[in-house]
Design a binder for this molecule. Structure first.
Ligand SMILES: NC(=O)c1ccc[n+]([C@@H]2O[C@H](COP(=O)([O-])OP(=O)(O)OC[C@H]3O[C@@H](n4cnc5c(N)ncnc54)[C@H](OP(=O)(O)O)[C@@H]3O)[C@@H](O)[C@H]2O)c1
Length: 333
């Protein structure tokens, strides 16, 4: 089958389109014929080698985390899916490879594709949808009438997180540039801050939750808009010791993670706040909940561009500009 592989780590390295063997289908796996693959910044960061400590993939490996497609084979112990099912997923770490024609995925990581979405739209959802879910529902336990600040409302994560937070009846503040104000408003954002003209720290006060996806300076400023006992959940780092436990890190990595997040954890503690890092994970049950929200019209995908499979490198370069409005997807068939 055709696959885009990382041959060598590096920022300037391009993925190579090559022929590789079809994946082996384990007992609990489903084989998915890939129709579309969502592109995420995580793909670029992995190729650059930025995640080698946490996710030490050995080259060559096939890149790509998000997938939509049709099941063509099921392992002997698969109970939830059958051949012909239209599904989508965020492939689990160490089992990635959606920039290809087929992928074998554990059935627990898969969900039925929302029936009101095209394959391209469905492939745009899993990684960012699960990130929003795990940040706002699982970690923050966001409640009715609470106030949440979601940075970068026009990005992949932001567009889904705003819609999910509004579904939970929270008040949503977000940042974006002037060109995307209409977009975040249409998604339901209540307070919109043009980050190029205004400083959110001078506008937002007494927030319950911050979903941080930007740099260290933004993270530190975010602490100052929270009320006591408020929660800051960062998806852009720094990783904390709990994350080390989650991934069963070795002692060296555990110490490194403790050290990396010591400053922000100390500042948060001084203000009576709770800092946590989220590295989202594959999760079929949660994705099924997201399917329901999509089918009932609560969450709508926001698509920027669709590229053909042959232009996977161009699709990644587009995402790397940091200007995407919603999601970028590669169409395989
Ligand atoms: N830890 C995890 O599990 C996890 C999961 C998903 C993503 N992430 C990380 O979270 C970050 C965001 O991911 P994403 O997929 O949402 O990114 P994205 O879709 O590439 O974000 C692009 C958007 O960000 C906006 N933006 C850029 N700079 C901004 C700023 N200073 N303030 C407000 N908005 C700004 C841009 O809007 P304008 O054009 O208007 O500036 C653009 O619409 C990335 O670093 C990604 O790697 C982590």
């Amino acid at each position: 089958m055709k696959a885009f592989i990382v041959e060598r780590y590096g920022k300037k390295e391009k993925l190579q389109l090559t022929e590789i063997a079809e994946p082996v289908v384990r007992n609990t796996d489903v084989l998915v014929q890939i129709h579309a693959a969502g592109v995420n910044l995580l793909d670029s960061k992995l190729r650059n080698g930025e995640f080698k400590m946490i996710l030490p993939y050995k080259t060559p490996f096939t890149l790509g985390h998000d997938v939509s497609g049709v099941i063509t084979k099921v392992g002997s112990n698969v109970s939830k899916f059958k051949v012909g099912d239209e599904v989508y997923a965020r492939a689990a770490d160490h089992q990635i490879g959606t920039f290809a024609e087929f992928i074998s995925i554990n059935e627990n990581d898969v969900a039925m594709k929302p029936n009101n979405l095209s394959m391209e739209e469905a492939a745009s959802i899993p990684l960012v949808g699960l990130t929003a879910w795990q940040a706002l529902v699982e970690k923050a336990n966001l409640k009715k009438e609470q106030k949440v600040f979601i940075q970068a409302g026009s990005g992949g994560v932001g567009t889904v997180a705003i819609q999910l937070a509004k579904h939970l009846d929270a008040t949503v503040a977000t940042t974006t540039s002037s060109a995307n104000i209409g977009l975040v408003k249409s998604l339901g954002a209540d307070i919109i801050i043009d980050y190029k003209k205004e400083d959110f720290e001078t506008i937002l006060k007494d927030y319950d939750v911050v979903l941080n996806s930007q740099d260290t300076k933004t993270l530190e400023k975010s602490l100052r808009i929270l009320k006591p006992n408020g929660k800051v959940i960062s998806i852009s780092g720094p990783p904390d010791p709990d994350f080390g436990k989650e991934i069963n890190a070795n002692w060296f990595l555990k110490i490194a993670l403790k050290f990396l997040s010591a400053g922000i954890r100390k500042k948060a503690k001084r203000l009576g706040l709770n800092y946590s890092f989220l590295f989202m994970r594959a999760q079929g049950e949660q994705l099924s909940q997201i399917t329901k929200l999509i089918e009932s019209g609560v969450i709508k995908p926001v698509m920027d561009k669709v590229f053909p499979l042959e232009q996977t490198n161009e699709a990644m370069a587009y995402v790397e500009t940091g200007r995407a409005k919603g999601k970028v997807v590669v169409k395989v068939i």
